[in-house]
Design a protein around this ligand. Structure first.
Ligand SMILES: Cc1cc2nc3c(=O)[nH]c(=O)nc-3n(C[C@H](O)[C@H](O)[C@H](O)COP(=O)(O)O)c2cc1C
Length: 407
């Protein structure tokens, strides 16, 4: 688990989005992170510290001048607890960050436990501004946010949607899972190894749909989870990632440029257009091997014959094209094999001029399409092959990226 043992300080200020932070604490705890929550006095109007202390397993820090507990020995630490809390954390996330708290931070004001701790924190500070759109667009707030960025604070951009005021616009705090992804990225990516800093990576993901008529298609069960996890893992290592995605309901990982396509032809042209300047190309999409020879205009009618035969032709072999036209990129392919995985994998690696191939067998429990997990074997051009146990697709993606960097 990427956040296991990480020390997360979560600051909650007095905005409506404070309710989302309750879920955020749960997500961090699920990943076995240590969580301490600081609330501003205003935040107490929005969520209860009782809930947050129960979920985090720690007393919620609110008062800069707490009443002395006679059962505890008074030490420098207990007296200046805000300083020690700031030193304790691996990351300090303020979500939601109100316009007021942002203004205070930009001005160096330290009049409550949250703001005082920010000033003494040595870890990265991340703020998630959340407020009404007019408050956000106010020049003073804009100025304060850019000032914080200049000081090196990380800012999670607010998103668009319905606001507490009933108005619609930009200012919402992203969902807890997205804030979690940012924290994960900052802790395991940006502040970690950054193996792909300055590198460009092209990834394909998901299925392709090959239309039969206006309402039907030939497709497969791929959900795109593996490719999207690869995109996330590559971004976390500092790469500039372009993701060409077939039809999928998945959300675009943070900081990934996404190009949506439907058919194998569209995928092929998107790939061709985007190979220039790439350092790595990972073809994890489940591209159809065959497509109908022609597409029926409108809806194909039921005929009197019982059987329907659809004539198909081979689709373009994108991986082969990339292997034959290889320039300065390393090429990673995927193979889904139901038998003799390693043998077929090695064969495909040689035939398609790949640098690495990831093989999985959908018949193995926990591998293949639609599952949350995968069981992968990584084979490289140098003849190395390594089989990994069942793990989440995201963990598998992190291994694949590590292996790819070693190429
Ligand atoms: C119902 C209600 C909702 C509010 N929501 C927000 C908000 O989403 N963002 C914000 O910046 N301020 C919001 N405010 C205003 C802050 O609560 C107010 O500025 C407060 O002083 C913030 O204090 P703090 O930054 O110390 O937590 C809201 C106020 C009320 C009454």
């Amino acid at each position: 688990m990427s956040l296991k043992g990480k020390k997360i300080l979560l600051g909650i200020s007095g905005g409506i989005a404070a309710y989302k932070s309750v879920e955020l604490v749960r997500l961090f705890k699920k990943q076995e992170a240590e969580v301490r929550v600081i609330m501003t006095p205003s935040a107490l109007n929005f969520v209860s510290p009782v809930t947050l202390s129960a979920l985090s397993g720690n007393e919620v820090l609110i008062n800069l001048f707490p009443e002395v507990d006679p059962s505890k020995t008074e030490t420098v630490e207990t007296k200046t607890w805000h300083v020690y809390t700031g030193l304790w954390a691996d990351i300090f996330i303020i979500a939601p960050a109100t316009a007021n708290t942002i203004a205070k931070l930009a001005g160096g004001i330290s009049d409550n436990f949250l703001t005082a701790t920010v000033l003494s924190a040595r870890c990265p500070v991340v703020i998630s501004p959340a407020m009404d759109e007019d408050m956000l667009n106010n020049e003073i707030t804009e100025h304060n946010i850019s000032k914080l960025k200049e000081f090196g604070y990380w800012v999670i951009p607010p998103v668009s949607g319905e606001l507490a005021s009933g108005l619609h616009g930009v200012g919402r705090m992203p969902e807890p899972s997205e804030i979690f992804d940012y924290a994960d990225m900052f802790l395991t990516g940006v502040y970690a190894k950054r193996l792909l800093k300055g590198k460009k990576v092209l990834i394909t993901a998901g299925p392709t749909y090959e239309p039969i008529d206006d309402v039907r298609y030939l497709g497969n069960y791929s959900t795109g989870k593996m490719g999207f996890s690869l995109a996330k893992a590559a971004v976390q290592q500092g790469a500039e990632v372009t993701l060409i995605a077939g039809p999928t309901l998945l959300k675009t990982p943070l900081n990934v440029k996404r190009i949506d396509i439907q058919t194998s032809d569209e995928m092929f042209s998107a790939v061709k257009k985007n190979t220039i300047g790439m350092d790595y190309i990972i073809m994890s999409a489940a591209v159809a091997d065959y497509k109908p020879v022609s597409i029926v205009d409108g809806k194909l009618k039921k005929s009197k014959d019982e059987n329907l035969t659809i004539e198909t032709i081979r689709t373009a072999d994108i991986l082969k094209y990339l292997g034959e036209n290889k320039k300065n990129y390393k090429l990673v392919g995927f193979a889904l094999e139901t038998e003799n995985e390693v043998e077929y994998g090695k064969d495909k690696l040689a035939k398609k001029n790949l640098d690495m191939i990831v093989v999985n067998n959908p018949k193995v429990e926990g591998a293949g399409f639609g599952t949350e997990t995968n069981v992968i074997t990584v084979i490289t051009r140098k003849g190395l092959h390594e089989k990994f146990k069942k793990m989440t697709k995201y963990d598998a993606a992190k291994i694949i990226i590590d292996k790819m960097v070693e190429l």
